[in-house]
Ligand binder design. Structure first.
Ligand SMILES: NC(=O)c1ccc[n+]([C@@H]2O[C@H](COP(=O)([O-])OP(=O)(O)OC[C@H]3O[C@@H](n4cnc5c(N)ncnc54)[C@H](O)[C@@H]3O)[C@@H](O)[C@H]2O)c1
Length: 334
């Protein structure tokens, strides 16, 4: 039976704990900076609260780090030095320097660092990826990502989250667009250059870029754009791919919803609409089950997870390129 410990016991840690429990993984303990949060989490999953991290991780297969991204290096170091593989929430870090440190620490310790790009494992995105990889729409010409909603924080208000604290907040470009950057790279390969505009619109979260319009040139010749708002009173989501022989659109009514896939190729007289009902649900969390199953299989077989620290570092560099392009009103090459 594989084993892990969970560090950071907030909203996303519950998604992992539910998935790990269903996968038969032994959760050896939980640690959180807030003792009450740690106690509540420990009681819910019938696991001990960790008081001595180095002792607690000894002999475990892996450690799940689900803290806010600013607070991960010291925990990763203890886990990696004990020979544990590390599953870490996205974004891997706030700064590129910290991301590089994490990658180097994993390399030096001979363990795997795997980042939770769980949206990649959602039914909606898998359906879109299948269409693109099947060749049905030809070569990718352009990718359009649009998602809009209001920054709430998983606790229900943004007043009590780390996303509002200037020491731990990292803004939409780094925190949230990491998923979209990952998806663009899955669909059409590496990003070569970025132009962008960003805005920070929330008076109570002044260091948080809430609105981003970014345009990417991809190394393979395609182009992509992200239009994202975390200050919109209306919600919507669309991921569209225009190819040389057809187009596909994954769309839904809420920030992360993939309700249906629309497809039309040059041969089709009408569009085909496939109902997916892939509604993002923190309570059932199917994508966390899928990605944890994948990470455990990779850990056991030695296969590449495809969501390594090195890959996450590339996405982090793109996020920083968005911010640099917006700040300098210039194109940034990667
Ligand atoms: N993969 C996804 O779809 C997804 C969705 C939401 C959030 N996330 C990511 O998960 C991470 C956590 O987000 P969340 O929504 O669970 O936040 P949260 O605020 O609900 O939980 C964070 C937890 O970490 C604890 N914590 C803070 N500093 C700590 C420290 N130094 N040491 C130990 N514990 C500490 C807090 O007390 C809290 O319990 C973020 O990186 C976020 O971007 C990923």
């Amino acid at each position: 039976m594989p084993s892990t410990a969970i560090i950071g016991a907030g909203a996303i840690a519950h998604c992992h704990a539910e998935a790990l429990t269903r996968l038969g993984v032994r959760i050896a303990g939980v640690l959180d900076a807030d003792p009450d949060t740690a106690r509540r989490f420990a009681a819910r999953y019938a696991v001990p609260v960790i008081t001595d991290l180095a002792a607690a991780v000894r002999g475990l297969d892996m450690v799940h780090i689900c803290t806010p991204p600013a607070y991960r290096i010291a925990y990763a170091q203890v886990a990696m030095q004990a020979g544990c593989h590390v599953v870490m929430e996205k974004p891997m870090a706030i700064t590129v320097a910290d991301g590089e440190t994490l990658v180097e620490m994993a390399r030096a310790s001979g363990v795997r660092l795997m980042i939770d790009f769980n949206h990649r494992f959602r039914a909606g995105f898998q359906a879109l990826l299948d269409v693109v990889r099947s060749g049905a729409i030809g070569e990718v010409v352009s990718i359009h990502v649009q998602r809009m909603g209001m920054l709430g924080g998983n606790a229900g208000t943004r007043n009590d989250t780390w996303r509002r604290n200037p020491r731990s907040a990292c803004g939409m470009s780094i925190e949230s667009l990491s998923h979209d950057i990952d998806m663009i790279m899955q669909l059409a390969g590496p990003i070569a250059s970025v132009q962008a505009e960003t805005r920070a619109t929330l008076a109570d979260a002044p260091t948080f870029d809430t609105d981003v319009n970014a345009v990417f040139a991809l190394a393979g010749g395609a182009m992509a754009g992200i239009n994202a708002s975390w200050s919109s009173w209306l919600k919507s989501s669309a991921r569209s791919v225009v190819g040389t022989k057809g187009s596909a659109i994954l769309e839904g009514g809420d920030l992360f919803d993939f309700a249906r896939l629309r497809l039309r190729t040059a041969q089709m007289p009408h569009e085909q609409v496939t109902r997916l009902d892939d509604i993002y649900n923190f309570a059932t969390c199917p994508s966390y089950l899928a990605i944890n199953r994948h990470f455990i299989a990779c850990m056991q077989s030695g296969a590449d997870s495809g969501a390594s620290g090195e890959h996450a570092l590339e996405t982090l560099k793109v996020s920083h390129a968005i911010l640099a392009a917006a700040a300098g009103r210039t194109m940034v090459r990667l």
